[in-house]
Design a protein around this ligand. Sequence first.
Ligand code: HAM
Length: 412
Amino acid sequence: MRDVLEPEASRWRHLIDTFAAVVARAGYGQIMLPVLEDLGVFTRIGDATDVVTKEMYDFTDKGGRHIALRPEFTAGVCRAYVQHRPTTPWKVWYAGPNFRYERPQRGRYRQFEQVGVEVLDVDDPMVDVEVIALGWEFFSRLGLRRVELHLNSLGEPADRLAYTEALRTHFESRLDQLSEAARETLARNPLRVLDSKRPDDAAAIASAPSITEFWSESAAEHYGAVRDGLRALEIPFIENTALVRGLDYYRRTTFEYVGGTLDSAQNALGGGGRYDGLVADLGGPQTSGIGFALGVERTLLACDDEGVFPAGDSAVEVYVVDTTGGAEASLVAARLRAAGFSCEQAFGQRSLKSQMKSADRSGAQVAVLIGPDEHQAGTLTVRSLRGQSGQTTIDAGDLVEHLRRVIAVTCE
Ligand code: HAM
């Protein structure tokens, strides 16, 4: 778990604002969910997944309830849907922290931030296209160019089941070609063996059957419509039949945005897919659902690697220095903030030199100086801190007007 300090914190907020702007324009409304849910909400993600079996932060609370810190948002969104029964289609977006007890490394943390969207109760493949396109639009808005979209379909539940069994048979007859880790995965979830990046497993994976042979007509048709829709929007994608995703609730469309600059163990900037059975699993009516979540930390790492979406300038515009005791500085600062300037002041009745040092460090464009002379004459001295140095003394009443001329006002 990490602390996020400035200027990274501002960049982080700007990223979430950018995401919110992209999805709000498509009619998605924000949902804010509790960080804790009943454990049962998350066990629906699938008992064959590491997220549920190994990585959950779960505990018993003082009331004896078995609860967990959320490892993702989708199950919570479906729980909220069952509870509130909103009018549909229900299109929501979210941002916030999730918790998984994973082995930390670059791009993989135990507390990590996601932004994402979910759409409930629309079966139309065009909603798959809209959802996938929103993620794509977001990455391009950040300036990322080396993102690949990987696309697959896991078929209808019966197709997925038949495929899982075919994989089990295939891999069980080739146990000698599998690593110890892959054999363990096989016992829990044959689909996930396809995720192995170990060279030892490559041959057995290469000869494995493909999901395409198991698609029912309706699954193939849905997938075809999604592909056509993406092509119509000129969104490039790579068909990846080994893309099975780490959570059990997926059926039909699955996709991942893969960062071209990141290590293969954590190069998924985000991913998602359809989970048409999850609402029913949580006690609601049969409802289709689709969405994605993107990892904020990984996305920012990709931005660093590509040299895009830099941290902005979070410095204030004005720094008020007061050697007369400090009360005056508070009044000037309040006046400037009310007029729309960003403004800091020095505290602690320090010397002029020490206060000016703080002013320089703050990154402000100008310092407003209040000394005994100014105090007496009802004036203020405005000193430039960037670019050309220089200072002017003005009537205190003219300050706002004067600063409007010398500072490019950025506040609304
Ligand atoms: P996920 O693939 O588990 O999917 O996570 C989505 C993204 O969250 C990943 O691609 C990655 O960028 C980020 N992420 C996951 N775990 C970590 C971690 N330990 N550290 C840093 N980043 C991480 C889901 O969570 C699904 N709920 C997505 C979804 C929404 N499917 C349908 N709707």
